[in-house]
Design a protein around this ligand. Structure first.
Ligand SMILES: [Zn+2]
Ligand SMILES: [Zn+2]
Length: 339
């Protein structure tokens, strides 16, 4: 049997271990992907640290996967070897439960599959994924360019396009990290008056480089007051993991405005009176499904949105993961297999 490398976690809190495994065979309804690149997402810490209830070890993390279809299992008619594809967080759903029948695949109650959690992900030379989980990768994107868009990209793009904001409206993007640096770019390209909000004056140059209309330093200014001076935000994309930072900005919402929360903060404070008097809302956003990823990639090609990445070979996975965890990476960390 042909062998491959996989970077797996053997137990909660355990280190990455590069092991040799047999190249897996795709079962019915599955596709095997020769992995070229896989982004390291902060959510991979759920596998590394064992914060996902019921997760079975060993497990290979990775849900920002880009590669080439290598083999297809029985019953797969929509994919063929040689096609360039990506796999994101949403790894599949049953299609038959009530939520699925309503099109809310993320809410599948019977067989919600999450890449790199329910089954092995992309920190490997090959992986097998449900055919339903694949997105087509355009020619114009290299594997390293496309990989971070499969989670960081889709999450910011999909949240923004489902926000109440319309072209010309003020939109705030809170945070300028892995998610935020993409969120600002997408918001700009969607035609919003994009206000980037982060801590420190040193981030202003980056915000402007990414196309932001205004920059707010939340340490020097009250971001909610400043957003209101600009007319109020129809949407605020909250990409940070600090509930305090979210609480400080939510007051910048215009009437009918929505804060879209995509950063996993523990808690935040918001005035119910402020919400009800202006029909405002705070809403969570789930990344999206495979077709949303495909839309994200296509829009990124159309508009020139790209992730800024630090690239490491698969064998340096431990170092690459530490770099992501340090919060110092500019801005996403991507593993490559050399294939
Ligand atoms: Zn992710
Ligand atoms: Zn379902």
């Amino acid at each position: 049997m042909a062998k491959m490398r996989a970077a797996q976690i053997n137990r909660p809190g355990g280190p990455f271990e590069i092991v040799e495994r047999e190249i897996p065979q795709p079962g019915a309804g599955q596709v095997r992907i020769k992995v070229q690149a896989c982004g390291i997402c902060h959510s991979d810490s759920l596998v590394k640290e064992g914060h996902w209830p019921g997760l079975q070890y060993p497990r290979v993390p990775g849900h920002e996967v880009v590669g080439v279809v290598d083999a297809v299992g029985a019953g797969v008619s929509q994919w063929a070897p040689g096609q360039r594809v990506g796999v994101g967080w949403h790894g599949g759903h049953c299609g038959a439960c009530d939520n699925c029948r309503r099109g809310d695949f993320f809410g599948c109650t019977v067989n919600l599959q999450i890449t790199g959690i329910s089954f092995d992900g992309g920190y490997a030379d090959y992986m097998v994924a449900p055919a339903i989980a694949l997105a087509l990768v355009p020619e114009d994107l290299s594997p390293v360019e496309a990989a971070p868009l499969m989670c960081a990209g889709i999450t910011t793009y999909n949240a923004l396009r489902h926000s109440p904001a319309r072209p010309g409206d003020v939109v705030g993007v809170l945070g300028l990290g892995g998610l935020g640096h993409l969120g600002v770019q997408y918001a700009v390209k969607m035609g919003f008056k994009t206000v980037a909000i982060a801590r420190g004056q040193d981030k202003e140059a980056l915000a402007k480089k990414l196309g932001a209309w205004r920059y707010l330093d939340s340490q020097a200014q009250n971001p909610a007051t400043e957003l209101q001076k600009l007319g109020g935000a129809k949407a605020i994309l909250a990409t940070v993991t600090s509930g305090d930072a979210m609480s400080a900005v939510v007051g910048g919402l215009d009437i009918n405005g929505t804060m879209l929360v995509i950063g996993a903060a523990q808690s935040m404070t918001v005035s119910p009176l402020f919400l009800l008097s202006g029909r405002r809302s705070v809403k969570g956003w789930y990344s999206g499904t495979a077709i949303d990823s495909q839309d994200t990639l296509a829009f990124s090609v159309l508009s020139g949105v790209r992730s800024m990445n630090e690239v490491y070979p698969l064998e340096r996975v431990a170092e690459a993961y530490e770099r992501m965890e340090s919060g110092k990476a500019r801005f996403r960390v991507v593993l490559t297999t050399g294939q």
